[in-house]
Design a protein around this ligand. Structure first.
Ligand code: IFM
Length: 445
């Protein structure tokens, strides 16, 4: 391992940021012409959100934009990753655009530009307009075409001020948690539907990249995929096969089509009759070259042929989500990506990494989150090690700028480096925010 201080291990053009998503922070769920998204509707179902909360107010970012932009700038980051709420800018998911909603994002990207912070926009971070869900949602191939129109409309209106555009955030989550396990919106439990949804998400990505390029994109175009570092519980052939299949269903199901133009054979065989319908030419569209890959990494997954993975029972260090803390898995995963895709792998940004911890705020809302500092520092070191081993690393974003709506967990799980007091909506930087700011000062850019 290098003995150089961590901040010296990154080049001057490295991207450093913090990340959020629209539904998790914006609030203003029914203001200025915004229509319902599938998450607005899902949250109304009793029992699906741990604390029965919703995104109506969230962090009230919609009304506190300037304050939050100043907060982002105070960290010394050179990039901010956010997502655009489709139902805010094109409420029905097709047709008319909503100017007040667009104005919010215009103010956001202009405010970032004024502060010299690069805008990394994600087009889809799970909040599909409910109107499109009622016409079949992602299970309908037509939704991929609606997404292309939406992407083109955003580029035409904001594209000149965007440094990077990601089509999707974590399509595995949309397909598997939203359509197979049913624990995320829209709450469907059907493996065949989930497989079809995954294909339509990937297809919409490829179609959008092609359309944005044809329209003269100046932003870098990419996709954000979430990966665990999958390892076998033992060297037994059965555990090794279990690990290979788990990796094929999660990581390679998304990265093979994007970089190789094929779905992994073992996952297709395992799906059998549930495999998606793929039309001729779809996979060529999906493998359209991209300018960068976003990787979201939180934990490792240990695959066993005989028993379910239980990190808690194994006594492994966990975050408040129950996810194992395993920084070296990030280096392993990134090296695996390089081994699998070689020169087809574009520059990689870690677009999300961070931890929920049981923060204890003092009377002044200060949080001394040494556990989060250790988590972030050790994962940044893992990124440096991957770069040293030849992976084209280009950026790192902490998840998240501030505590926010953690989907089915509601507001109980806090990922922020800035504490949010949900009673007053006051923001207070945690020790981790100070640590990140000091680290970036030392790096110097
Ligand atoms: O909060 C989420 C985010 O929306 C997507 N990636 C994982 C985070 C933590 O669960």
């Amino acid at each position: 391992m290098p003995t150089q201080a961590l901040h010296h291990q990154f080049p001057p053009d490295f991207t450093w940021g913090v990340a959020t998503s629209s539904f998790q922070i914006e609030g203003a769920a029914r203001e200025d012409g915004k229509a319902d998204s599938i998450w607005d509707v899902f949250c109304r179902q009793p029992g699906v959100i741990a604390d029965a909360s919703n995104g109506d107010v969230a962090c009230d970012h919609y009304h506190r934009l300037e304050e939050d932009l100043d907060l982002i700038a105070s960290l010394g980051v050179n990039a901010y990753r956010f997502s655009i709420a489709w139902a805010r800018v094109q409420p029905q998911g097709r047709g008319a655009w909503n100017e007040p909603g667009l104005d919010f994002y215009r103010r956001l990207v202009d405010g970032l530009a004024r502060r010299n912070i690069r805008a990394f926009a994600t087009l889809y971070h799970w909040d599909l307009p409910q109107a499109l869900q009622e016409q079949g949602g992602w299970a309908a191939r037509d939704t991929a075409h609606r997404f292309v129109d939406y992407a083109r409309g955003i580029q035409a209106r904001l594209g000149d001020r965007l440094h990077a555009i990601a089509t999707h955030n974590e399509p595995w989550v949309v397909a598997t948690l939203g359509h197979e396990k049913g624990i995320f919106a829209p709450g469907i439990k059907d493996r065949a539907v989930a497989a079809q949804v995954s294909h339509h998400l990937l297809l919409s990505h490829g179609l959008a990249v092609q359309a944005l390029r044809a329209d003269g994109a100046t932003a870098r175009l990419g996709i954000v995929l979430n990966f665990a570092a999958t390892q076998a519980a033992s060297d037994s052939p059965a555990d090794l096969a279990a690990a290979r299949l788990a990796d094929a269903h999660s990581r390679r199901w998304y990265s093979d089509p994007v970089f190789k133009g094929s779905y992994p054979a073992e996952a297709l065989a395992d799906l059998g009759a549930d495999a998606p319908r793929v039309e001729p030419g779809d996979l060529d569209i999906i493998r359209t070259p991209i300018d960068y890959l976003g990787v979201n990494y939180y934990t490792r997954y240990i695959a066993s042929a005989t028993r379910p993975y239980d990190a808690a029972a194994a006594g492994l260090p966990l975050t408040d989500m129950g996810w194992e803390i395993h920084p070296t898995g990030l280096t392993d995963l990134l090296c695996q990506m390089k081994a699998d895709y070689g020169d087809a792998l574009p520059p990689v940004h870690i677009t999300e990494n961070g931890g929920a911890f049981p923060d204890h705020a003092d009377a002044s809302h200060r949080v001394d989150d040494q556990d989060r500092i250790a988590y972030v520092r050790d994962h940044i070191a893992a990124v440096a090690e991957a770069a040293r081993r030849g992976v084209p690393m280009a950026g790192y974003f902490v998840w998240s700028l501030m505590d926010n709506f953690e989907w089915a967990s509601g507001y109980a799980k806090r990922f922020g480096i800035v504490h949010v007091d949900y009673a007053t909506l006051r923001r207070t930087p945690k020790a981790s925010a100070h640590w990140y700011r000091d680290f970036l000062r030392q790096w110097g850019g």
